[in-house]
Design a binder for this molecule. Structure first.
Ligand code: GTP
Ligand code: MG
Length: 472
């Protein structure tokens, strides 16, 4: 804010008017102008200071990266649960239709799988990989009359699946009373639910909840009917999952549903209850594919937290989604890269010719070598430790898939250690300049263990960032 002092060209009033001012008046005028400049400069200084403070107090920005199903959105939920538990609790109900859909799809998958086995149909693809469908024919022993009766009783779940999708995606649905039409259209390759981030599905579900609580609407009656059907079939679902023939057929086809995302079959009786309310653990296990980047701002509910605010960018991890990652690279403090250790014997859903672990390693190398990220703090979550353990314990040999892992024990600790070394050495070799890596072995559905990892990140990285900027 410039103020002129003694230049006749820029003074106001013009000099001609002051021609007959006395010496005293001239002195006073110059004094007033100098004072005005001092005040103006002070205001400018104050504004600059405030601008600087505003630009610094932005909080910590984290970008979650990793292939699809690696656990990015689950880590985001852990941050929300840890720093904003009241908001998390309030949102829990919104996840109910998603959890119900996860459950219902598992049931419909089993029925479809066993029915197709029975009919000797081949060549279809399932969500778990086409290999399984081929192996399934070997497991196609006759389905008992009891199981067939169970299938009939569970048939309305086809319609429930459609209703839940309609509710979640905000579409209308046509109802069929026996679900027979939807049975013929059922495609088990659609086992996962994806909703575009921009579609505001959580808001849509909040509206469903409000309509359920208050007014009459078609959504309300669809939701009510779906809950009623599910509640009536809770025990049947539990019995289907417990059935020896079902377990044996899945085992012979090497389908481990309990290791798949959104697995609630072992909780069916509880989850299917009409008044079911998701627990934090349930919310963490719920599976929705992220499509398109999402920005989540978490303001800690407790004032004592080191970060005033967390901004977390959650992105879609499948190959088609990765081009959208780069827009966040020059604006983040921390990258948390998730690599699911359990992917060593799996292929990508979007490209069955690519092993998931190979994809993770390539992706990691690319991210490590990115020059724009040279000054960003790198956190590595070698995730799904529990599933890795279960797979190794079931007899799957890590060395059959990772041939460089020779003559070493097929146990969780040494395998995890080996993977950690591989990822750490890629980081060291490919980082544009020396950078510290913060690696952790994680199980993102274990809230207690994950919270202690997040606290460690706070302690180590935030203290460092705070030291550099003084104002996070
Ligand atoms: N058992 C187990 N399940 C996990 C773990 N981490 C995540 N999951 C589950 O794996 C599924 C996929 O996790 P998400 O967080 O949705 O994966 P994502 O990386 O966000 O996937 P995209 O959005 O498709 O990129 C969810 O059902 C999670 O509950 C883990 O450590 N152990
Ligand atoms: Mg996600």
């Amino acid at each position: 804010m410039p103020v002129a002092t003694d230049s006749s060209r820029t003074q106001w009033p013009p000099v001609s008017i002051r021609d007959n001012e006395t010496g005293e008046e001239s002195k006073q005028r110059l004094h007033d102008a100098a004072e005005a400049k001092r005040i103006s400069d002070e205001i400018d200084r104050q504004l600059d200071h405030e601008r600087l403070q505003r630009s610094k107090v932005v909080g910590v920005k984290i970008l979650l990266l990793g292939q699809a199903e690696s656990g990015k959105s689950t880590v985001l939920k852990n941050f929300q649960l840890l720093f904003a538990p009241k908001a998390f609790e309030l949102e829990a109900e919104v996840w109910r239709p998603v959890i119900h859909l996860n459950l219902v799809r598992s049931v419909n998958f089993i029925i479809s799988f066993l029915t197709r086995n029975q009919q000797g149909k081949q060549g279809g693809r399932d969500s778990i990989g086409s290999n399984h469908q081929r192996k399934a024919s070997a497991a196609g022993a006759a389905v008992s009359p009891e199981i067939r009766k169970l299938f009939t009783r569970l048939a309305p779940l086809r319609q429930v699946e459609e209703n839940l999708i309609a509710i979640i995606s905000g579409r209308s649905t046509s109802k069929s009373s026996d679900g027979s039409q939807s049975q013929s259209q059922y495609n088990p390759s659609k086992v996962e639910l994806s909703v575009r981030s921009g579609s505001g599905w959580k808001q849509a579900l909040s509206l469903v909840r409000e309509s359920v609580e208050s007014s009459e609407s078609s959504t309300r009656s669809i939701d009510h009917e779906s809950r009623r059907i599910l509640a009536a079939l809770g025990d049947d679902i539990a019995n289907l999952w417990k059935d020896d023939h079902v377990q044996q057929s899945l085992k012979e086809a090497e389908i481990a549903l309990q290791e798949q995302p959104g697995f609630f079959l072992d909780q069916a009786a509880r989850v299917a209850q009409e008044d079911y309310r998701p627990s934090p653990d349930d919310v963490l296990k719920a599976r929705v594919t992220t499509i398109g980047p999402e920005e989540h701002i978490i303001i800690p509910e407790s004032g004592s937290q080191k970060a005033k605010q967390w901004t977390i960018y959650d992105v879609g991890g499948s190959r088609g989604q990765r081009a959208a990652w780069a827009q966040f690279f020059d604006d983040v403090h921390i990258i948390i890269f998730l690599a699911p250790m359990s992917g060593f014997n799996q292929v990508l859903a979007e490209d069955e010719s690519v092993n998931r672990l190979t994809d993770s390693l390539r992706l990691w190398q690319l991210i490590c070598s990115n020059k724009i990220l040279a000054n960003v703090e790198f956190v590595l979550f070698l995730n799904k430790l529990d599933i890795l353990g279960a797979k190794l314990k079931s007899g799957i040999q890590f060395s059959s898939f990772v041939t460089s892992y020779k003559d070493q024990p097929n146990e969780t600790k040494p395998v995890a250690r080996y993977l950690l070394d591989v990822f750490a050495s890629l980081h060291q070799q490919h980082s544009p300049k020396r950078r510290r890596l913060y690696p952790y072995l994680t199980c993102a559905v274990d809230t207690k263990a994950t919270s202690s990892v997040i606290f460690r990140i706070q302690e180590v990285i935030l203290v460092k960032l705070l030291g550099e900027t003084h104002a996070l």
